[in-house]
Design a protein around this ligand. Structure first.
Ligand SMILES: CC(=O)SCCNC(=O)CCNC(=O)[C@H](O)C(C)(C)COP(=O)(O)OP(=O)(O)OC[C@H]1O[C@@H](n2cnc3c(N)ncnc32)[C@H](O)[C@@H]1OP(=O)(O)O
Ligand SMILES: CC(C)C(=O)C(=O)O
Length: 637
């Protein structure tokens, strides 16, 4: 078995700064930085297949639409594609809005700087960006230079850049800005970084109106983010003429902390951040501009970038980079606004319920457990938030039914149905889609799929055959105290039966009629609500029944425009569930044909006119039915 080797000889810990008077830890970020997107440069240079001109073209337009005002579009000396793309952008009217700065990058090599500046010909606003690594590692290994030589090269190239841009009368049509990156800043001594930048500043001579950009990259992320913040605070405090400088960040993500580094470094005084959408870039990538922007947004600060349709941004990023956005990517990932686990789903569902109860609008203060951002703010729907697999519980299942069927299931029914879903997910070993859960629900409660019992026709009248129950204390005898007579036709396993029974109300009279068939159910819980608000509103009724002589509890669901009929359907749904759930009842229940005409049809019944006076209980020829039913239940038929 190979063992990770002892690292202390091979790797050295990064030496933190001694900065006892650091002030960034007690600062907060209260405004967005100046953003620069380097998707088309740093992002592009790291791709297996860099973008072609057309892809860059579309991407650029998306960046403008999102609100980026500084966009690094290319490394023009690298390839004809990049050069031509830069020129095409600049020369095509209406593509680069007047307020947008086009930025391009060049190393500190004169012939490459010349070519880079040529690519900007005709630009309205251009940022020329030069870089030179200043760390001992690069000085020793790459350039074979000391500090003085590095500084001299930076100054020489800055002067040259100046001479062919802002000092060149032929370039007067362009508003020039200059950016210098002491590349590998985070691995450079802070004193030397300041020294080089002072020299570059003197060579460029910025103004308050047109400050120089000192971009301080964590070219390779090497330390904890607090160290980077210290380095930035040191730079901000020690560079002269701070008002003529925009301090810019360019954090890479080698240790996975680029976002934290960028945030702490803004607290330390930086004004500007360079990064890419979803963090594409060299190695582990650049800092993710989407995360930074939406981190601000969820603190109540508008980032100035519009991610209200994040899906189309993801589509563009994925097709241009040919790299998928990770499903767990902050904010953008497909699974980020999904909860599978029961307790999360329960809490989210309660959060949404509370908002509904409080009449919250899309602008009301947001507080939903587990969801730091309202998914609708980035164009995500609520449908996908809760997804159901074997880790899910009743809350998630109830949410799906609520969203799909507008049914607000009582707690007991949530528990009962969630067990059915759990069995299914365990059996299938995968997620169940909302449509599958809905179908399962409709099957389980016989809403669409051939209930064993269904109501064909019915009539409920006052039962005058027996003396009314004595009035309850404090109440006078009224029509409400009259017992009810249910007469109806129900279909059982495809065959119609006329049944009747009496009770204090519609449900109890139907329950009595069912009892005459041998289905002895007591109503234990009842809940109803309306679905919809207009004239098409329906009633949804939920009934939990206990089966006499057993501990079995079953639920039934009824939906109908008429509230009474909804409750009768719910009871029959419970009866169907009761029959179907009997383990010893594999054989379908088939009553004798002769039993179907025992009673007058409700339509022809005088009882329709509320004047029935028959004691119908004894008229039901229940025995053959009951015995058939029992035989069915016992599996002996
Ligand atoms: C951290 C970053 O992301 S920086 C941006 C990196 N991006 C890219 O490199 C993409 C585009 N690059 C290119 O197309 C090419 O590398 C070019 C056009 C810049 C140069 O190409 P080439 O001349 O063939 O040189 P090569 O690619 O080998 O680059 C290394 C040379 O550049 C020098 N160099 C590297 N960085 C710099 C710099 N900032 N300033 C000056 N010289 C530099 C190296 O010392 C080396 O010089 P050497 O050949 O004298 O030893
Ligand atoms: C050129 C600089 C800014 C760079 O890309 C880096 O240091 O990562």
């Amino acid at each position: 078995m190979p063992m990770l080797q002892e690292p202390s000889k091979k790797y050295r810990a990064f030496k933190p700064l001694n900065l006892p008077d650091r002030s960034w830890p007690s600062k907060t970020i209260d405004k967005p930085p100046r953003w620069l997107s380097t998707d088309l440069r740093d992002g592009n240079q790291s791709l297996v297949d860099p973008m072609d001109g057309e892809q860059k073209w579309n991407y650029f337009q998306m960046l403008v639409k999102l609100g980026y005002k500084e966009i690094e579009v290319s490394f023009p000396s690298a390839s004809q594609t990049d050069f031509d793309f830069t020129q095409r952008l600049i020369r095509t009217p209406g593509i680069v809005p007047d307020h947008v700065w086009v930025q391009v990058l060049s190393p500190c090599r004169k012939e490459l700087i010349r070519r880079t500046v040529d690519s900007l010909k005709g630009a309205k606003k251009a940022i020329l960006h030069l870089y030179l690594a200043t760390s001992p590692c690069f000085q020793n290994i790459v350039f074979n230079m000391n500090n003085e030589e590095s500084k001299a090269l930076a100054v020489e190239c800055t002067k040259y850049a100046r001479s062919i841009t802002k000092d060149d009368p032929e370039q007067a049509g362009t508003e020039w800005a200059y950016e210098f990156s002491p590349e590998t800043f985070s691995d450079t001594s802070p004193e030397f970084a300041v020294e080089v930048c002072e020299a570059v500043k003197a060579a460029w001579e910025p103004s308050v109106e047109n400050p120089i950009i000192f971009n301080l990259p964590a070219t390779v992320e090497m330390s904890t983010p607090n160290v980077y913040a210290d380095q930035i605070e040191y730079f901000c405090k020690n560079i002269s003429e701070r008002e003529k400088i925009a301090v810019s960040l360019h954090p890479h993500n080698d240790r996975g902390c680029a976002v934290a580094a960028a945030e702490l470094a803004q607290m330390a005084g930086a004004d500007r951040v360079e990064g890419t959408l979803f963090g594409n870039g060299e190695r582990t990538g650049n800092v993710d501009l989407v995360t930074l922007a939406l981190n601000l947004y969820t603190q109540g600060i508008h980032p100035g970038i519009d991610f209200s349709d994040i899906t189309s941004v993801i589509d563009m990023v994925e097709s241009s980079n040919k790299i998928p956005v990770h499903p767990r990517q902050p904010y953008g990932g497909q699974l980020v606004v999904c909860a599978f686990s029961g307790s999360h789903q329960d809490a989210i569902k309660k959060g949404f319920q509370k908002r509904k109860q409080e009449g919250a609008t899309s602008e009301s203060p947001w507080q939903v457990p587990y969801l730091p951002l309202d998914p609708q703010d980035i164009g995500r729907t609520y449908e996908a938030i809760i997804r159901v697999n074997s880790q899910s519980g009743k809350g998630g299942v109830a949410w799906i039914i609520q969203r799909q069927l507008e049914l607000d299931l009582p707690r007991g029914l949530q528990i009962a149905f969630s067990k059915i879903v759990q069995r299914e997910t365990d059996m299938l070993g995968r997620e169940l889609l909302p449509t599958e859960i809905t179908k399962l629900f409709e099957q389980a409660y016989h809403l669409k799929h051939n209930p064993r019992f269904s109501l064909v026709d019915y009539d409920i009248t006052a039962d005058r055959s027996k003396s009314p129950a004595p009035p309850e204390a404090g109440k006078t005898s009224s029509s409400r105290n009259l017992r009810r007579l249910f007469r109806g036709v129900i279909e059982i396993d495809g065959q119609e039966h006329r049944i009747q029974g009496t009770g204090n109300g519609a449900i109890s009279s139907l329950a009595d009629a069912l009892r005459n068939l041998g289905i002895d159910l007591d109503v234990a819980e009842y809940k109803e609500h309306t679905i919809g608000t207009n004239k098409d509103a329906k009633a949804a009724t939920y009934i939990e029944c206990t089966a006499a002589g057993s501990k079995q509890r079953v639920w039934g669901v009824g939906i109908h425009h008429d509230v009474v009929q909804a409750s009768l359907i719910a009871l029959l749904s419970a009866a169907s569930t009761f029959l179907s759930s009997r383990p010893s009842s594999p054989v379908p229940f088939r009553p004798k044909r002769s039993n179907t005409n025992d009673l007058p049809s409700p339509a022809s019944s005088p009882g329709r006119n509320n004047d029935s006076n028959q004691d119908n209980d004894k008229d039901v020829e229940a025995s053959p039915l009951v015995s058939r039913l029992e035989a069915s239940i016992n599996g002996t038929q």
